[in-house]
Design a protein around this ligand. Sequence first.
Ligand SMILES: Nc1nc2c(ncn2[C@@H]2O[C@H](COP(=O)(O)OP(=O)(O)O)[C@@H](O)[C@H]2O)c(=O)[nH]1
Ligand SMILES: [Mg+2]
Length: 410
Amino acid sequence: MPPPTVLAGLVGKTNVGKTTFFTAATLVDAKIENRPFVTISPNVGVAYVRKRCAHVELGLPSCDPKNSICLGGYRFVPVKLYDVAGLIKGAHRGRGLGNKFMDDLRQADVLLHVVDMAGETDEEGNPVRPGYYDPLEEIESIESEIDEWFHGVVSRDWTRFSRELDVLPWDEVVSRIARRVSGLSIRREHVVRALRETKLEGTRPGSWREEELRLFTKRLREVAKPLVVVANKMDVPEAEDNFKRVYGILKDRRVVVPVSSLYELALRRAARSGLVSYIPGDGDFRVVDESRLTAKQKSALEVIREFMRKHGGTGVQEALNRAVLDVLGMVVVYPVENASKLSDRHGNVLPDAYLVREGTTALELSEMIHTELAKGFIAAYVVNRDKRVGADYRVSDGDVIKIVSATARG
Ligand SMILES: Nc1nc2c(ncn2[C@@H]2O[C@H](COP(=O)(O)OP(=O)(O)O)[C@@H](O)[C@H]2O)c(=O)[nH]1
Ligand SMILES: [Mg+2]
C-alpha cells in the first residue's frame, strides 16, 4: 500500500479566496499521462509540495517520474486539497453549511486557514471597504469555531465514557480514547502527545474537570489538525499593515505565510496558455513572447513581478510546503528497484517520490512499496549515501532507497 495521501483542507469564512487558492494550486501545466490529477470532485483536487528533485541532487540529466511531476529540476509530489465550504460563526451548531464543513474537516491532516488580510470582508463574509475588518479577529473566531466543533465531537457522552476508563490500565485508556477519535483521522501518537503536553498523562479521565477536558480537546486539535495561516490578498495595499501586526502577534505559535492567490492564479493561467514560463513556487517568471501580450497584460505581469520580488513568490506554493513539510514534518524519499540505474524494472529513473512521515523506518517503507517485499525484508540500501541499513533505519529527506528482500519481485 503506497503511503497514505496527505489531505490539506482550506478553511476560512466566505470571500477570503479559498476557491482562488484551490484553483491556482490545482492548476498545473504539465504533461501527465493517465493520471487522475487536478480536480477529483468540485471541491477536492490535487495540489503538490515542491522539493529539489533527487535527479538534480545526484547529478543526473533527467528522470522519469510516474507518481509525481518533475518541472525545472523540482519534484512536485501530490497531496489532496479540499476546498471546504465557507465557515461562519455557529457552524459547529450546524449553522450555514456547518455540517458539510465539519465532514470535510474530519479527514484533513492539516488545515490551511485562508484569511482576508486586506480586511475587505466582514465577519459574515460580506464585502466591505479594504482595511475595515480586523483579520486577527477572523483568525481567532474561525479557530475557536473549529475548536468548539472538535470539543463537541470528542467530549460527547464523556461522563459515561470516562467512568469506564477509570478502571482500566493507562495503556488501555489511551487506546480507548484513540479509538474514540479515529474517525477524525487522529492517530494514537496524537492522543499520547496531547495527554502529555496537557500533563494529563496517567490521571483518571473520570476525575477531569470541564476545563481539563477542554484543555485536552484543544491540544488534541492543535496536534492532530494543525492550522497554517494563509495571509491572502497581500496584493491589496491595506494588507501590508495588517500583516505586520498579525505576524508580530502570531509568529511564535503559528506559521503565517503572505500570499496572493489571485496572482498565482493569473500566472498559472498565463503559463497554461503559453504566455509565460513559470514553475509554481519560483520567485519569478519569464515572458515567452512579448509580441503576444497586450499592453494591459504586460503591465499586469509587471505588477505581479514586483509583488514576487518583494515576497519571494506569490506564496501559494510556500503555504503548501510549509504546511506539509514543516508543520506535518513529511519527507520525500525515492524507492527504486535497480540501485545502479536508480530505476524501476522498466528503466524509469526515479519513478516514484513518496511523501512519508519523518521517522518512517526502512521496513515500513518496504510495506508501502509492496507487502511481499516487506515479508522477505533483508536490508535496505540507501543509494545516495552508499549505505546498507537495517529494518529500523529511519529514512531521511531525499533518500533513494532500494529494499533488499528475499521475496523481491522480478
Ligand atoms: N486582491 C485579491 N483578491 C483575491 C485574492 N484571492 C481571492 N480574491 C478575490 O476575493 C473574492 C472571493 O474569492 P473566492 O476565491 O471565491 O473566495 P472563497 O469564498 O473563500 O472561496 C473574489 O473576488 C476573488 O477574486 C487575492 O489574493 N487578492
Ligand atoms: Mg469558495
